[in-house]
Write a protein that binds this ligand. Structure first.
Ligand code: NAD
Length: 276
């Protein structure tokens, strides 16, 4: 799809990182924006950055896990902008800890945001998107929606779920002859606050959390701005699968070559990288 002054774009989780960079990049393209986040203060700063580029921006304090609040958000967007063409379900959180360390409550919390947040966005905005002659849904998964990274079981499960949901949705749209395009995004490491804001699993030792943050900050090479640029290019080209960063590209290739046993190759590499 085209992105210009006639485009109305919705971005969730726009107060930080990739979401903020996407809002600014879309504003550069002239899009009118409805941005949301749980963090109203940081969201206002995104609105200031995007608004400085001369586009109308509305801000909405929304928890994507809250079904009723998400339904009200859709109504607010329609009232303020008259509809929407581009929906980017970006809001997400991380949770560290092995399967035996994470509590069921921690896993439910993560799924309520990373998986249900995406489902709420798609389900509740779909009737609005269906009114347009061209529209696009973009769901942010992760490279951990392609490979099963140990120490991140719940996060990996949520991101595989986003990928599965999005791919099936795309096929439904194709079969229905719908003008709605659907992309799933798999970023590799992007330098954002995500690791530092991650919730440590109740039973996960704090030492591994500090190591986790350090490892992430060393490994994440892509800037949020470069990630946003790549995602927007993918939207303009109608790419089904948008890989962000050379790490994502390489890991996806390895998973394709060794679809089941890729960890035999990656395991020793990651073990060396993540030594305490
Ligand atoms: N940074 C990476 O390396 C990386 C890699 C792969 C995928 N991702 C995905 O990219 C997306 C953006 O992450 P980021 O790295 O920019 O992280 P970030 O922590 O910088 O930004 C995430 C934003 O989501 C918001 N948020 C958290 N919970 C929310 C909720 N319940 N409702 C609404 N907003 C909420 C936060 O307040 C924050 O502003 C996430 O879905 C993440 O899983 C990130």
């Amino acid at each position: 799809m085209q992105i210009d002054h006639s485009t109305i774009a919705v971005v969730t989780g726009a107060a930080s990182g990739i979401g903020r960079a996407l809002a600014v990049r879309l504003a550069q393209a002239g899009a009118r924006l409805a941005i949301s986040d749980v963090n109203a203060e940081a969201l206002a700063e995104t609105a200031r950055l995007a608004g400085a580029l001369g586009v109308p921006v509305t801000t909405h304090q929304v928890d994507v896990a809250d079904r009723e609040r998400m339904a009200a958000f859709v109504q607010e967007v329609v009232a303020a902008h008259g509809g929407t063409h581009l929906l980017i379900n970006n809001a997400g959180v991380a949770l560290t800890g092995n399967a035996d360390e994470l509590s069921l409550e921690d896993i439910e919390w993560l799924m309520s945001i990373n998986f249900w947040g995406v489902v709420h966005g798609v389900k509740l905005f779909l009737p609005v998107l269906q009114q347009q002659s061209a529209a696009h849904i973009v769901n942010i998964s992760s490279i951990f929606g392609i490979i099963g990274m140990p120490g991140h079981t719940a996060y990996v499960a949520s991101k595989f779920a986003v990928r599965g949901y999005t791919e099936a949705l795309r096929h439904e749209m194709l079969m229905a002859g719908s003008p709605i395009r659907v992309s799933v995004v798999h970023p590799g490491g992007v330098k954002t606050a995500i690791a530092r804001s991650a919730k440590p699993g109740a039973g996960a030792p704090s030492k591994s959390r500090e190591t986790e943050i350090r490892n992430f900050e060393q490994a994440a090479r892509t800037t949020p701005e470069a990630a946003a640029e790549r995602i927007v290019r993918g939207i303009l080209r109608n790419e089904d699968r948008i890989l962000v960063g050379p790490d994502a590209w390489a890991l996806e290739r390895i998973q394709r070559w060794f679809p089941v046993r890729y960890w035999r190759l990656l395991g020793p590499l990651f073990e060396r990288m993540t030594k305490e």
